[in-house]
Write a protein that binds this ligand. Sequence first.
Ligand code: ZN
Ligand code: ZN
Length: 744
Amino acid sequence: MQKQGKISVRGIVQGVGFRPFVYAQAVEFGICGRVKNLGSEVEIIARGDRFDEFVAAVSRGPPMARIDSVRVADFPGAVPDGFSIEKSATGSFSGMIPPDIAICAGCVADIFSPGGRYEGYWATSCVNCGPRYSIIGAIPYDRERTSMDAFPMCTSCAGEYGDPHSRRHHAQTIACHTCGPGLRLMDRTGSDVPCGDPIRKAAALLDKGKILAIRGVGGFHLACTEESSGELKSRLGRVEQPFAVMVRPGYAEEIAVVSNAERELLESPLHPIVVLEKRDPASHVSVSNLHTIGCMLPYTGLHHLLFSCLEHPLLIMTSANMPGYPMITDTDVALAILSEDADYFLVHNRAIANRVDDSVVRDGYILRLSRGIAPKRTAIDLGDKCILGVGPELNANATIYKGGFAVTSAHVGNVRNPATLAYLQETIEKLSRLLGAEYDLVAHDLHPQFLSTRYAREIAEDRGIGLVPVQHHRAHIAATTTEPCIGIAIDGVGYGDDGTVWGGEIFAGQVPDLARVAHLEPVPMPGGDLATRFPERMLYGVLPNDTCLDLLGRRGWTDVELGVIKKQVATGFNVTMTSSTGRVLDAAAALLGICRERTYDGEPAMKLESAAAGGTPEAWEPVITTAGGCEVLSTRAVLSTALSRYTAAPAGDKKTVRDIAASVQYNLARGIAALAVRAAEREGIHTVALSGGVVANRAIRETIRAEVAQAGLFFLINDAYPPGDGCVSFGQCVWAGKITQQQR
Ligand SMILES: [Zn+2]
Ligand SMILES: [Zn+2]
């Protein structure tokens, strides 16, 4: 018997080939009707004998779709014979913006298929793959609202676009040699380099050791072979910071240990940078002087073609920007800014509407939320208000909550400078436009001086709407769970309730009522931010004693310098107090002579972790005291034991350094876990939630996990968001939403 109805599918149903998928199912099940894109949902009118089977098939969706709900309603009208895909209507928008998708296997095969229409074409894509967010100017996602609007389809492409049996049926990014975006190879003056094939020539230049700026999906990379890494480092003035690499398929396994989960991730539609453990920690040091290396696989046709011509199996591929600044997207800007850094420029002429960096993942946790993940969308009930979270200061992004969904932007950077603040504003404006968001509330960091805080105040004043300040580490916990929990935030630095610098905090309760119940011992940061840059200052802040002064003296500190810091700590002049976990790790790195100056975010702690790899930790008894109603873990006790072990050992003994580094991490983690377990017992709470930048440290994270599990408690990390500051804007939204829900 024939059955008919209206099927509404909500979720990420745009840019993922949903309409052609529905068409194919209709043909399969002999269904008549039509499918239409309404912006936030796909509407299907259907009639046929196998209606229910058709609904079941449609509910599964194509591979890249994320389906939130499928509703079937009566449709009393006439349903035409045949099945058609109708033009999109511009209906209501609710953040269904698809992320960029790495080139699929089918398209890679097309590129290398001799004589085919797509042979050698760098921007080959289909309904299952290709750029999305990076080219979207507005939704619904249709060609005329993307950067592809500038490239009208040729007859062959138009034919495939309209062919229900083609993988490119209704593929908005369909393009070929004839009609699509093209490539140019230029020298640093912007003059064309004579060559038949820009990719072949670019590969030859890379093999010869040249440094190329390559315009990719979401911005520029600087690329070179491993042999040229020294040159690239000196040009960028980035001597210590590890580079990410793009490797020929199969090569990651040769240089690093790749688990099945990591291989799946490398090859997933995200194609992120995956931080892998090197097979030999002493290998590829010119790329990464850590025991890890960040690898990704080619994720566009251009990359695949480049590697097919390249002799080297590995290319350094680093975002072309100053650390913390936005990635460069425009060719003119790249030529102006990178002419000293790059020898040649390989560029395409497809506009980048939204900047996206490469995403970074380690052990399944997102370290940078960007290409392939952003915009990150989460179904969550935070009430009726539309909320903007402007994020913290470092590793910032923004989140907008509207109508049951929180949508987080791609990584923005360090909003410490006006250029990055401008980028944050631009990101917020674009995302608001795409979502049709008119906010009722702005959530921001508690820090009064952050540029993002000032920006939040301006928005609130302009629009006459409410402001919600959110303490940094509570935002971390809010991004992890809204259930009752003991929340552990192990982090760098964040402004605390009492105006001191927090970063090793234990909370108890339920968002938005999280009481600080325990923390790391507050220690002085002599010279404030200087102690972050020079970890030896931090070391003396934690251990202000003669043994430490002797050690610093042997490291080349002059008597005058020692006198100044001694006086500074004794008098408290220009000294900030901090309970930051990151700063304790910095001090440990300084103690062991691993890092004397921090040249990039997280450097001392990352080097400490590398130094500890393979070490045997020794268990030291945690020292826990009470102050101001909170339990306090003595970090002085941990570092004091480390110092005595270090001074007792023969100088320069690598095994000693390794074991002490491992012991510091182990005992700090054990102490933090003890604070949490004791708080859980006192409060009668059974869930322990962990967040903060230090979660990236495998040894510390796994020790805490093991200790918490050992105590019979449920342990939780939200792997959908970065544990570092990339989750803070989301946490701010959650916090503000929960406050308004509580007030109702
Ligand atoms: Zn494809
Ligand atoms: Zn074409």
